[in-house]
Design a protein around this ligand. Sequence first.
Ligand code: G6P
Length: 605
Amino acid sequence: MCGIIGYTGSSHNAKDAVIEGLKRLEYRGYDSAGIAVFEKGKINLYKSKGKISNLENLLKDKNVSSNCGIGHTRWATHGEPSETNAHPHTVGKVTLVHNGIIENYNELKEKLLEEGVSFKSQTDTEVACAYIDFVYQNEKDKLKCLIKSTDEFRGSYAFGIIFEDEPDVIYATRKDSPLIIGITENNENFIASDVSAILNFTNKYILLEYGEYARVSKDKVEIFNHELRKTTKEINIADWSSSEYEKDGYEHFMLKEINEQPKIIANIFKKYSTDPSYIKNVDISSYSNIHIVACGSAMHAGLIGKYLFENYDNIPVTVEVASEYRYKNQLITPNTLVIVVSQSGETADTLAALRIAKEKGAKTLAIVNAIGSTIAREADICIYTYAGPEIAVATTKGYTSQVAVLSLLALEIGLKKKTISKEMYEKIIEESNSIESLLTDTINKHDEYLNIAKKIHEKEDLFFIGRGIDSAVCMEGSLKLKEISYMHSESYAAGELKHGTISLIENDTPVIAVATDINLYEKTISNIKETKARGAFSILITTDNISKESTVDFADIALTVAKTNTFIQQIIVVTALQLIAYETSKLRGCDIDKPKNLAKSVTVE
Ligand code: G6P
C-alpha cells in the first residue's frame, strides 16, 4: 500500500535517490507514482499513472537536478488511479505525500470550499494539503502549523511535507501509518515508509511515533513532540541488508521466497531448541481461551494454530479476521490471551484489534516478521518469525514462519500442561531436525507442480477441500492460487461441499483435495468421490505413506509429500500448494510478484 520516500542532501541527486526509494517500495502495491523536487528553489511535480517505469520515462528527457525531494507510490482509495489523483499534491505553499486515510476530509473540504479554495483531485490527501496551507496562512511557524492542522485530522496518516518557502527541508509526522527517518553522516537524510526504501544509502533509522513532528535537513534531524519540546530518539540499525531485496537469480521474488523456506523454518526450530528466551520462556499455558486475530494469510496461519491449540493443549480458540474483530463484542475475559499475527506488523485492522484487546485488559502476544514494527512494539509480548524481508505481495515464507511459531507455541503449552507427553514432544523435536531436507525435497518436485498447473490453468473455477487441519491449509492454498492467478477458487471443509457448492461442480472442474490426516483420510476420499461422480477433475495431495496406486480410482492426479508429524506437516503441504499457484500464475501470464489491485502492507482499514 502507499509508500513514502523523501531525500534531502548534497551527496546524490534527490530525483535519483527518490526514484530508487520508490522502486524499493514497489512491493507494497501501488497504481500510480510521483515525485516533487526542489529545482533552483522552486518545487516541480512529476507524476504518472501505472508503474514507476512510466515515471522514469517522463523524467528521461528532463534534466532534473535537485537537493531535496519527496516521492510516493499510491494505492488508490479516494479517487481512481490517475495522474491528477497521484501524489504529491500541492496547494499554495504546501506540497505533500500521504499514506493513510483522512476520514473527515469531506467536512474539512466543505470548510475550505467556503473559504474559496478549489480542488483538482478526488483525494482526501489534497484536502489535507489545502488544510495545512490554509492554517499556514496565519501560523507561519511550520511546526505549530502542522500540529494545529493534524489536530483537526481524523483517521490515519504519515505525511512527508515540503514548503515552497523553505527549500531543502522536509517535515514529517504520522498517526497509525508507519514512517521512519533515515540518518547518515554524509550530509544527507531521508524519510520513508519502511527501511527497505533507504537501505542502499543507510541502515540507520529513527522510528517516528504518533504525536511526533520531524524537521529533516541534510545535516540535522530534529524531532519535536506535540508540545514542541525536542525529543531525543534512539537510532536503530536495520538487520536486513539491501541484498535481501534482490531476486538473487530467481525469476520472481515469490519463487526466491519459497526457496528460502527450508532454511527459515529450520532456523526457527533451531532457535527454539537452543535459545530459551525464544518461545520457551513465553508462558501462556495458563490462559483458558485464546483469540487469534489477523488478516489474509496470517489469519489462515491462525487456523492452523487453532487446530493445534485445541487438539493438543485443550484450549478453546477463536480465529477472526481483524476487520470484524475490532467492531464486535470481543468477549474478552481476564483469562483471554489475544494473539495477533502479522508479517508486516503494520496492518491497520490487526493493529486496531491489538489496541482494543489491550484496552479491554487482555494479555496480547504478537507474532510478527518486521522487526520494530508498530504491532511488534505495542503487544505485551512479541515473537519474531525472522523470515527476512518479503517482497512478493503474496506471502509464502511469511505464512510458513507464522505457522512454525504457532506450532512451537502449541508444543510448548502442551508440554507445560502435560497434554503432550515428554516422549511425544521429543519425537516431534527430533523429527523437526529434518524439516530443511523435507522442504527442499518438496520444492524439488517441480515437474509435478508444472503438470498440475498445465491441467488447471485454463479453467476459471476451482475448489479446494480438506478436513481438520487439512481444511485450514486448503484456505491458504486457495487464496494463494486466486491472488496470483486470478482464477476463482474456493476452499471448503470437505464434508460441507454437498451442502450447496457441489452444484457448481461441472465436467472437468478441478477439485484439489488435501488428505494428510490418516484418521480422516477415508472420509475425505468419499468426498472426492462425490465430486468425481459429478465430473470433477480431482487432484489429491496426500502423504507418501499412502501408495499412489491405491488412489487411481478417484484421483486424476495424486501428489505425495513426505509424511511427518502434525506440527510440521502443513508447512510441507502448503509449500506444494504455493508452487502449484506459482506455476499456474506463470502459465496464465500474470504479474506474479505484484498481482493487480493487491497491496503487501495494508495500512488502511
Ligand atoms: C495483505 C497481503 C497478504 C497478507 C495480509 C496480512 O493482504 O497481501 O499476503 O496475508 O495483508 O498482512 P500482515 O502483514 O498483517 O501479515
